[in-house]
Design a protein around this ligand. Structure first.
Ligand code: DON
Length: 558
């Protein structure tokens, strides 16, 4: 063979051979049964994508207040064999009959609760289509196999925990208003006691139809019929066309860098990636590790304020509005913003031109998966509020989301997370509501981080703080446990978890002009995996604030 041809062959062959393999597989998720479901699927010969399907479906069953078939999410994937990175956008869409004034009264005021409770709050679910898509396009096992653990959990039931009780108490009225939801998630109309088993036979059948028929098994046929009948009877506005028209979108993830680390993160219709890159770009102009704690909190707060200002103004579904991603994530723009930051003094949000954004708790969910081949998934999934809209159409077993509240019902009027928005995020038929979910990979010379968290508007700043911990050389246990603070432009307050800021730091921040607000509760539920290439190990961690589990297993894959 000609020498040049040989060389070419070698070049073509080398990258494939050079794909590194981690020494173990790891899964971190918000529930031990979901993590176990993922490992079961890896052990059955599935890859990280099959495992992510299994974990997502299991979470839909055992964490019903966080995510589910009635909701949506973003699955960030990286395929080791060819390095393909993609964001599977399974975000919900507004029903085709939805108009910009859907939640306004005759005087133009926002009707409280309309976008939060009941059938009218529900957007068209994307998770079932996303699971079918990921299994068919990236998985190795049949969808039905990856859904099997979830189906088992739905039939056999799972035990009510303290956290379940808190979430159900919070949404008691909404759940009571829906007979199917009350039968499923309450006992005699009250929050069930600890250890009570929640069985979901209707959901098991719905999952089986999805497994058997793929997407059609949900968006057409018996499930679709139950959904449409239920929503229609409860004052909702879904049509058969809404279900038939739902499509997953494959999007290129956003990319950026921070001090030599490569960031791969969520694209619009999430605002998370844009804001994360914007904040990291601003902070890369400082010698972060050398800064005193007060300076760090001050500068990060100023970066947060500016990124959330732009979020409120510019971000929305890119299928409907032109989102200036390039401009907002350009390091030159960050330099401009940095130049406007006074190192000693807070900039009042009112002094920043443009409009603006408050917070979330422990619903919505995140999972991080790494398999022995190096395939990875970071996925953040949601039904929005705890137990979504609280509404379950009879016979479906599917608890519907209230993701419509992530739209800006009216410019400048805050949603459930205190976020305000503008025209870019107004309701329109078929449009995806703006999200803060920020599944993220960080690749550095020494290794790879896979992370994300729920937490409404605070998601993005939690991921920022997690990335900064990783960049500072700390391990996943530190990324997920780290005390948190948050600023979102509006309201103009620096929120912090109890104990997150030392008294002296608080005093200095007040002197610099910040309005501090200690939150009543800690927030977030971060799930993280670290492939430490340099050290030849895999570590994983689940946020100590939640009841999740991270598990690293050697397992077969060679
Ligand atoms: O997509 C979003 O940004 C919201 N629906 C996420 C809600 C959330 O994280 C609630 N959890 N605390």
């Amino acid at each position: 063979m000609h020498a040049r041809a040989l060389l070419l062959l070698l070049v073509l062959w080398l990258p494939a051979q050079a794909v590194e393999r981690p020494p173990a597989a790891a899964i971190a998720s918000a529930h031990p049964l979901a993590t176990a479901a993922g490992h079961e699927i890896l052990a059955a010969g599935g890859n990280a994508f099959d495992a992510a399907v299994a974990v997502s479906a299991a979470l839909a069953v055992v964490e019903p207040y966080s995510s589910g078939l009635g909701g949506g999410g973003f699955w960030l994937l990286r395929r080791a064999a060819d390095g393909r990175e993609v964001m599977v956008d399974g975000r919900e869409t507004a029903p085709l009959a939805a108009r910009h004034d859907l939640y306004l009264d005759a005087q133009g005021g926002v009707i409280p609760g309309r976008s939060i409770d009941g059938a009218l709050a529900a957007a068209i679910p994307g998770e079932p289509a996303a699971l079918a898509h990921i299994a068919a396009r990236y998985g190795r096992l049949p969808l039905a196999r990856s859904l099997a653990p979830a189906i088992r959990y739905a039939r056999e039931g799972f035990e009510v925990s303290e956290h379940y009780r808190r979430m159900a108490s919070f949404r008691l009225d909404a759940l009571r208003a829906s007979p199917a939801a009350a039968r499923t998630f309450l006992r005699d109309g009250a929050v069930p006691p600890l250890g009570h088993r929640i069985r979901q036979p209707d959901l098991a059948r719905t999952l089986e139809r999805l497994g058997r028929e793929g997407e059609k098994g949900f968006y057409a046929g018996a499930t679709a019929k139950a959904l449409l009948n239920g929503v229609g009877a409860a004052g909702g506005i879904w049509s058969g066309e809404d279900l038939r028209a739902y499509r997953v979108v494959e999007r290129a993830p956003l990319r950026g860098s921070y001090r030599g680390f490569r960031i791969t993160t969520a694209a619009p219709p999430s605002s998370g990636g844009v804001a994360l890159l914007q904040m990291l770009n601003i902070l890369s102009g400082y010698d972060w590790e050398a800064l005193a704690e007060t300076d760090r909190v001050h500068l990060a707060t100023e970066a947060m304020r500016r990124a959330y200002r732009d979020r409120a103004e510019f971000l929305g579904d890119p299928g409907f509005v032109a989102v200036p991603v390039q401009r907002l994530t350009d390091p030159a723009y960050a330099a401009q913003l940095r130049a406007g930051i006074d190192p000693q003094q807070a900039t009042p949000s009112s002094a920043l031109t443009a409009a603006a954004a408050a917070p979330g708790g422990n619903h919505t969910t995140h999972l991080s998966v790494l398999d022995r081949e190096g395939n990875r998934v970071a996925a953040t999934l949601s039904i929005n509020y705890p137990f979504g809209s609280g509404f379950m159409p009879e016979g479906s077993g599917v608890l519907l989301n209230d993701e419509m509240d992530d739209f800006s019902a009216k410019p400048g009027v805050p949603n459930a997370y205190g976020l305000v928005g503008a025209a870019a995020n107004a309701i329109a038929p078929g449009k995806r509501p703006l999200s803060s979910m920020t599944p993220t990979f960080v690749d550095g010379p020494g290794g790879t981080a896979i992370l994300g968290t729920p937490g409404g508007s605070r998601i993005i700043t939690m991921v920022l703080l997690g990335v900064l911990e990783f960049a500072a050389g700390r391990e996943p246990a530190a990324w997920v446990a780290r005390p948190r603070y948050h600023h979102q432009y509006l309201p103009d307050v620096l929120q912090f978890e109890p104990g997150a800021l030392a008294d002296a730091v608080q005093d200095e921040l007040v002197l610099r002009g910040h309005t501090l607000q200690q939150a009543e509760q800690p927030w977030g539920n971060m799930q993280a995996v670290w492939w430490d290439r340099e050290g030849g190990r895999v570590l994983a961690a689940s946020d100590p604030r939640g009841e999740g589990r991270a598990e690293v297993r050697q397992g077969a894959a060679d």
